[in-house]
Design a protein around this ligand. Structure first.
Ligand code: COA
Length: 535
């Protein structure tokens, strides 16, 4: 007797008007995304490019290229950070952070862009640097800092200097990582002043470029003001000084090209490193064309979309071995492969009910027992509300799912493919649940609840008990709230503030997942101890 293989059978009508309309809407969203990415990858003005050339400096993108193994894929982290937040600062916040492959080894590279406000640190620059370090720490990736920065952006010092996750955290993280055997390398290509001087000083090994690199706690103007001493930058803390006299740096090189050659040699001699997850099967294309995802999604989330049709276009051979397919059907759980990488998928297909939450908690435990990483596909408006559901204990079942997600030991990757609202965001491994990587699709939305609901709730609180209400005033009140939620629910508002690690196109998702998984450190011998499941 033959049993059916677990391949998703698509019901999508690709010739329908609705499919075509949704596809056109999504392609408009992708055009917008490409424009933002183009701006982030070449943020330099023509004038800044000319200055870099005259100073014999490479542009940031050229620096990354020089460091990377030729042709190796790059996993960029938070490319649109700080977008539209600081006057005159293009998306990226003046820093590039990316996982590069160097001499066959995955490394976290953190590169200041000196042509954006002198490479200084805005609040989102600090947040991005610290996020890159967090990824490096969790996944045991050597860190390579390409230093060329004026340090803290002084006008915003209150938002970059004093708090726990501000500028000081960067140097603390370097020490903590070094102590746990994660190599810290600094390549100094330009200025490194005050706090910034600690990046190379805290590194295990440091390279400086003669003529361009300087390191000092106080620059020449400060020295003059404090001591009356006249000293040039080169004389105070140039590469020659630090590599021959002070010992603050270890390698003196004559050009940026030589610095990157040296950096690659250093990586060659880092010894044994951690290995990311490896493919478990030969990679295979999905049975259905991934481009069709655009026509499934459209731009109006209220219309909904069937998640199995999306999964069918993301996983190898469209094979999805579904777990408890007939139970808690508003959540799909199952095993699949993405470019040969074994994954357990947890994906929303409607509101979360008690049964769907229980199924998720069970499935997450299976993945943890077996050491299979988890991928969450979020398109969630929240948990079911109402007397019947409260009486049946939806809060305790939701808590079981949240417990399973929070205590999971296997790597988790979250994709916001649609809406991400309310407690559903938490149960589906939102940012607060430490997914190793979190990416959003350009049509996604994120907020504590939908704008319409928030407007109604707040309006009810404000006007509900009043005897007479000016309807015009009430309408304006609701419209203002709706407009705020519209603006703040955008994936670009979110990614600018690092609520995710980047906005990616659906068609880049298979590659993104495989790259992210191959970066994830996982020790199968780590103990698995889930918390108490409220019964
Ligand atoms: N805070 C705020 N703005 C700063 C800054 C800082 N720490 N350092 C540089 N900038 C701004 C400049 O005002 C200029 O802004 P503009 O583009 O709006 O005119 C821009 O960054 C570029 O600076 P500029 O000096 O023209 O570029 P440069 O490449 O010749 O020199 C530095 C870059 C970083 C070497 C130099 O600006 C410098 O020494 N800055 C002060 C560094 C410092 O003392 N930092 C202490 C922080 S703890």
């Amino acid at each position: 007797m033959e049993f059916p293989v677990p391949v998703i059978s698509s019901q999508l009508k690709t010739t329908s008007t609705e499919f075509r309309e949704r596809r056109a809407q999504y392609i408009a969203l992708l055009d917008e995304l490409s424009a933002h990415h183009r701006r982030a990858s070449s943020p330099e003005s023509a004038e800044a490019i000319a200055t870099a050339r005259q100073r014999k400096k490479l542009l940031t993108s050229e620096r990354l290229e020089a460091l990377s193994d030729p042709g190796a894929p790059i996993l960029e982290i938070c490319p649109l950070a700080g977008m539209e937040m600081y006057d005159g600062v293009p998306p990226g916040a003046g820093i590039r952070t990316a996982v590069l492959t160097i001499k066959g080894r995955k490394c976290m590279v953190i590169a200041n862009n000196p042509s954006v406000k002198g490479g200084t640190y805005f609040p989102m620059t600090v947040k991005k640097h610290v996020r890159a370090q967090e990824i490096a720490l969790e996944n045991r990736l050597p860190c390579i800092s390409l230093v060329d920065s004026g340090g803290a952006f002084l006008p915003l010092q209150a938002e970059v200097f004093p708090d726990r996750d501000h500028f000081g955290r960067i140097f603390r993280n370097q020490a903590v990582m070094s102590a746990s055997g994660i190599p810290q390398i600094a390549i100094v290509l330009g200025s490194c002043t005050a706090g910034g001087a600690y990046v190379p000083a805290m590194s295990d090994e440091t390279v400086m470029v003669r003529g361009n690199a300087t390191i000092f706690l106080g620059g020449p103007p400060l020295v003059k003001a404090a001591t009356g001493q006249d000293v040039s930058a080169e004389e105070l803390g140039g590469a020659e000084v630090h590599c021959t006299k002070s010992g603050v740096s270890d390698h003196l090189v004559d050009s940026e090209e030589e610095a990157f050659f040296r950096a690659r040699e250093i990586v060659e001699h880092l010894g044994e490193g951690s290995r990311g997850m490896t493919p478990h099967a030969a990679p295979e294309e999905p049975l259905y064309a991934p481009e069709e995802i655009h026509g499934i999604l459209g731009s109006d989330l209220r219309k909904g979309f069937p998640i199995l049709e999306v999964i069918a276009r993301l996983v190898d051979g469209s094979r999805f071995d579904e777990f408890k397919a007939a139970y808690g059907t508003t959540l799909k759980c199952g095993f699949a492969h993405v470019l040969g990488m074994h994954v357990g998928i947890v994906a929303n297909d409607g509101i979360l009910f008690s049964e769907s939450a229980l199924k998720a908690a069970h499935f997450i435990q299976l993945c943890n027992q077996r050491g299979i990483p988890l991928v969450f596909l979020q398109n969630i408006v929240g948990f079911m509300v109402g007397k019947e559901y409260e009486h049946r204990g939806i809060a305790k079942d939701g808590a079981k799912m949240v417990t399973a997600v929070a205590t999971s030991r296997v790597p988790k990757i979250t994709l916001l493919v649609g809406g991400s609202f309310g407690a559903g965001n938490y149960a589906m491994c939102g940012r607060a649940y430490d997914p190793r990587f979190l990416a959003s699709w350009p049509g996604s939305r994120i907020s504590v609840m939908g704008g319409q609901q928030a407007a109604k709730v707040l309006s009810e609180i404000r006007y509900g008990a009043k005897k007479s209400v000016d309807e015009k005033e009430r309408e304006t009140f609701e419209a203002d709230i709706l407009a705020t939620y519209e603006r703040e629910g955008s994936p670009y508002f979110a990614t600018a503030r690092l609520w995710d690690d980047g906005v990616i196109a659906p068609l880049d998702t298979r590659r993104y997942l495989a790259l992210a998984l191959s970066t994830c450190h996982f020790n199968p011998d780590d103990e698995y101890r889930p918390g108490v499941f409220r019964m």
